[in-house]
Design a protein around this ligand. Structure first.
Ligand code: HEC
Length: 148
């Protein structure tokens, strides 16, 4: 092939490449999807369904088992009431008085749409939580695993 026939090929290829690059940058090729926006919920509609309804049938987002909670009275009822939406780590990370566990319970019910729990069951869960996860001692060694 002579120099004269190669040159136009190179020129055309380069021109086409730059054109494609320019088009791509301007977004003409493969138009980008607009960011996802959930459809607006008409004001007249019922409130959003509870988390647990839309998640029905789905396994909870963790692999925790009953044994991941410390042994004690009320462990089972606590496990099944409290791990539908999150693992036991969130619970074990807290050390609260019974009153504050009570408020946490309300928070789960009101803010996170936890399904209602019978009074007797709630009391058992609160007993379990306040016994197993009481406020941690402050001061020397209280929170520091290296000072035990
Ligand atoms: C219906 C779902 C649901 C149930 C059932 C539920 N929770 Fe929660 N919980 C949540 C959500 C959602 C959060 C926030 C999660 C996050 O921040 O990742 C949360 C967070 C928490 C936290 C962390 C709060 C904080 O301030 O960091 C604790 C403690 C907790 N839950 C305890 C409980 C206990 C105890 C129960 C059982 C009585 C329970 N949860 C049952 C949904 C639930």
């Amino acid at each position: 092939m002579s120099q004269l026939t190669v040159t136009p090929v190179v020129v055309i290829t380069l021109t086409a490449t730059f054109l494609l690059l320019a088009l791509d940058r301007s977004g003409e090729l493969g138009r980008r999807q607009p960011p996802y926006a959930p459809p607006a919920r008409p004001a007249a509609m019922a409130p959003a369904p509870a988390v647990v309804d839309s998640e029905k049938g789905k396994p909870p987002p963790h692999n925790d088992t009953l044994e991941d909670l410390p042994e004690g009275k009320g462990r089972e009822v606590t496990f099944y009431a409290c791990t539908a939406c999150h693992g036991v780590a969130l619970i074990k990370a807290q050390g609260l008085t019974r009153d504050l566990w009570d408020s946490t319970f309300d928070l789960m019910l009101e803010k996170h749409r936890m399904p209602p729990v019978e009074a007797a069951e709630r009391a058992e869960i609160l007993d379990y939580l306040s016994e197993q996860f009481p406020p941690r001692r402050r001061g020397r060694g209280g929170d520091n695993p290296f000072l035990k």
